[in-house]
Design a protein around this ligand. Sequence first.
Ligand code: G4P
Length: 527
Amino acid sequence: MTLEQEIAKRRTFGIISHPDAGKTTLTEKLLLFGGAIQKAGAVKSSKIKDHARSDWMEIEKQRGISVATSVMGFNYKDIKINLLDTPGHQDFAEDTYRTLTAVDSVILVIDCVKGVEIQTEKLMEVCRMRNTPVLCFINKLDREGRDPFDLLDEIEEKLDIKVRPLSWPISMGKTFKGVYSLYEKKLNLFTPSKVTVQESIEVSDINSDELDKLVGESYAKQLRADVELIEGVYPEFNVQEYLDGEVAPVFFGSAVNNFGVRELLDTFIRIAPPPIPRETTVREVEPDEKKFSGFIFKIHANMDPKHRNRIAFLRVCSGKFERATNYHHVRQHKGIRFSNATAFMAQDRETVDEAWPGDIVGLYDTGNLKIGDTLTEGEDLMYTGIPSFSPEIFKEVVNMDAMKSKQLEKGLLQLMEEGVAQLFTYELGNKKVIGTVGALQFEVIQFRLKNEYGATVQFVNQNIYKACWISSTSEKKLQEFIDSKQRHIAKDKDGKLVFMAESKGWLQMVQENFPEIHFHFTSEFKD
Ligand code: G4P
């Protein structure tokens, strides 16, 4: 197969949702369709439920599982699908943000009872930053949910994206009859079942009596009225608008009942984008360029503390990746070679000799790679769009064992490279502050520093609202700002300047007083 053909048959995507909306269940059903697993219940949930807050050792166990399920590759109708898992627990949101940089599209799952929830809003903000195409699956139609029109309005309003239903539910909850495909003009009748898949019935004219016979007179009447309204209110579905991230096509179904999932998957493989060109610091790289390039979006520490090797997740962006080949490590300006590379096919890991754009490869690394690193065949370019986001909780790290400061230094560096949290080092006094999205990470960091590096630390709460990366078109003004706010200036892991704002109000005031300084909530920005 040619490079172009390999690219055309790949779909790399992630599923996002608020915890409990049905992401794990949908993943499992997709894997069943792909033949990657044989029976329901085979996918171990990689989610960490809220109760794990007190029992966070569970996380360490989960981390073991989540390597295996981090990337699930499977074939469906000659399409190679790479599904990238994202942690459901909100404390690990940063991990999810980064994973979203490696996908070409997403499926968003929404619970029809709960509607759009907070975590969904945050994740969608990240998708919008890169105009990622979004396909929406409204789940749990077997329950008494909200009115479908209200749900669509809520998605448009809260997620700031236009929607276009491609299927429509006929009632819901106890009287749920099924789903009508507006796209294919087919009716899919609902029978609760975890295994069988109902064949759709062709109903080319919803005004025919046939519909009344299938779903009953009153539901048929309701469907006709709904369809008329939809056709009147929503413009015709335009695939290009979906690909541009402007319109999200919407499907309704019930993942646990395997209902509406096949329709979703069939449409997905038809309209979702294959690997697309990507921006770098130098130029845009096309996936069909002959030379290999890719970037690291995730690093996973080995579970065995005796072996400090890690798995770095590489997204192939162009050309063909080959095992045991010399590549150029752009940040370190040196050659790097991987004799051990892993592909992820469903839950099995197997050695991979070659991989194509859209594929994810696991590289065994002894400390050379960090998140955001680019590998090429020689060209000096770095993939962009893998920013750090401002954390929400900040604590100072205090070393409790002066004899172990070297170990602490090393441990912190490595944990930060894995992306467990972000480290900010103050210009004044070398104070080190760790920032995270969730409280859980502090327990993880404390435990791992002790267990893997022998360092003992404590954390001291910091009164910080946001870390703002700062820039200015005037060097002089920037220096003046730094001089006047020295106590609040730190550097991030890459040495970029950060202003640690104590409160929202104070930040606003500082912004007004220093109009020449630009404040950014992500580490990557254009002035
Ligand atoms: P998540 O990964 O997004 O967190 O959600 P997950 O798939 O684990 O689903 C959360 C709960 O919702 C599960 O129930 C799951 O069975 C249920 N669920 C998923 N799809 C549907 C659906 O279409 N209809 C209904 N009624 N429920 C659905 P649980 O009780 O938390 O777990 P379990 O014991 O069923 O596994």
